[in-house]
Design a protein around this ligand. Structure first.
Ligand code: ZN
Length: 97
């Protein structure tokens, strides 16, 4: 069972750019454009999903979807439980830096 604290933490405290880096070849195509990390939106497949560092959410300026860490993992093919387990591990790695 995952507490709400953990879920909140992996959504907010683990930067999306770190998750994309960890995903390496599995990550959606991404590019730094004008200082913002953009990646290929899992919904409309345009390079318009833009990470907002203030709320750690990606917003797609094409289809208007918002994508958080858990959404990103599930769009790649992990189920919710797997996604949370992996993100929890990466959060520990990130925090130990
Ligand atoms: Zn989109």
């Amino acid at each position: 069972m995952h507490s709400n604290n953990i879920l909140r933490s992996i959504r907010n405290d683990l930067p999306l750019h770190f998750v994309i880096k960890q995903l390496d070849k599995m990550a959606p195509y991404s590019k730094l454009i004008e200082g913002f990390l953009r990646f290929e939106c899992p919904h409309c497949h345009q390079l318009r999903a833009t990470v907002n560092p203030k709320n750690n959410l990606a917003h797609c300026f094409c289809c208007q979807n918002n994508i958080n860490n858990i959404d990103l993992m599930m769009n790649i093919g992990y189920d919710f439980k797997q996604a949370v387990n992996i993100l929890e591990k990466w959060l520990r790695q990130y925090n130990s830096k």
